[in-house]
Design a protein around this ligand. Structure first.
Ligand code: MG
Length: 384
């Protein structure tokens, strides 16, 4: 009998889903992070573990950018949805048919992309580990092995922000920065941005994110002033539904217009492309439902001449590694990233955190997502 006929004790090819477990963890931040309507002190994480019949465990992470304000989902809601609805449906099924499983999830549960992304990520990790291949190779291979990382600045006083730009540029090599806007009156808000850019070292690029705070007259009035100040990319200046106004602003703007809240689904990507409403797609695993979903959005971007940008919902190294595998495999992902999650978190959940060097974050080549869970850290941060 040749070795080819030997039957292993555990069938390595048995990709049936044996169990799906979830837990909620709270990871402290290095500094409070202020977003449009909330200030984060810790980042809640939903950890999803998918165990296959072959003994391989895949891990995924469910995160929101500081609670339900962005997309209506929370880690508590995600956990209930995974435990009560998604997991029972997936048990016993073949993880190798990942596309079909995602279709089933989409038919059984409307929306809930953040929860689905956590499960999708764990399935891809389990598959990669089962095949002994990094996820980016399963997706067709990497176009690049690193992404530049823009650093997001909080809504702190101007001297604090300027010092943070100087320090993080010197210590970590960030070449681009993103300023949150939309909480103040437009005149004051634009003046603040202009002062920060004037005070910053030269050779640094700036984007602003309005989280849809402006209406069309406000955007028409103030976007030129932002451009004059040196802003070269404006993220979601208008409400998510107003693609017509986004398209008109884009026609009149020198800065690139980036769609974030407007872009969740593959259908949104088609609608934005048709309307001519964005130069850049801000892509995030969580808001779109995971690796498989952003792969489709990347293809639409490529076909329509739109650049991709790898956005964050403040992930640990688990979600950041997943983002790197997905986005390094996209030809059209040419506008950089803000994959700074692990830099904003005071601790991580893996033995081998993603690597940052000279302002870039590096893709890894390990099997699956290429990160190994640190069980001690998981216990430490699990919510009681
Ligand atoms: Mg945004």
């Amino acid at each position: 009998m040749t070795e080819a006929f030997a039957v292993p004790a555990t069938d390595a090819a048995d990709l049936r889903i044996r169990s799906i477990r979830t837990s909620i963890l709270d990871i402290p931040l290095v500094r409070p992070h202020r977003v449009a309507v909330a200030t984060l002190e810790t980042q809640p994480i939903l950890l999803v573990r998918v165990l296959l019949a072959n003994g391989v465990e895949g891990i995924g992470e469910g995160v929101t950018p500081g609670g339900p304000w962005w997309g209506g989902e929370s880690v508590e809601g995600m956990q209930a949805l995974v435990d009560r609805h998604l997991a029972p449906m997936l048990l016993g099924q073949d993880a190798g048919r990942i596309d079909q499983l995602l279709q089933q999830m989409n038919r059984s549960v409307a929306g809930a992309n953040f929860a689905k992304a956590a499960v999708d990520m764990a399935l891809w990790d389990a598959l990669g580990k089962s095949y002994g291949l990094p996820v980016h190779k399963l997706l067709g291979g990497a176009h690049r092995d690193r992404l530049p990382v823009a650093w997001a600045l909080g809504a702190d006083p101007i001297p604090v922000v300027v010092r943070e730009i100087e320090e993080t540029r010197a210590s970590r090599g960030h070449k681009r920065f993103k300023l949150k806007m939309g909480k103040m009156e437009p005149a004051e808000d634009v003046a603040r941005v202009a002062t920060i850019i004037r005070s910053a070292p030269s050779g640094v690029g700036f984007a602003v994110d309005l989280n849809g705070a402006w209406d069309q007259p406000t955007a028409r009035r103030w976007a030129p002033a932002l451009e004059d100040a040196g802003v070269d990319m404006i993220e979601q200046p208008l409400p998510r539904w107003n693609l017509d106004a986004m398209a008109q602003l884009r026609q009149a703007s020198r800065a690139r217009i980036m769609a974030d809240e407007s872009l969740l689904t593959v259908q949104d990507a088609v609608a934005i492309a048709r309307a001519g409403a964005a130069d850049v797609f801000a892509q995030k695993l969580a808001k779109s439902g995971g690796i498989s979903a952003v792969q489709r959005i990347g293809v639409i971007a490529e076909a329509c001449g739109i650049a991709g940008y790898a956005g964050t919902t403040i992930e640990t190294s688990i979600g950041t590694a997943a983002s790197l595998h997905a986005f390094c495999a996209q030809a059209s992902l040419t506008a950089g990233s803000e994959l700074f999650g692990p830099l904003l978190l005071a601790d991580d959940l893996v033995e081998n955190p993603v690597v940052y060097a000279d302002g870039d974050v590096h893709l890894n080549d390990g099997p699956g997502l290429g990160v190994v869970l640190n069980e001690q850290k998981v216990r430490k941060y699990t919510r009681g």
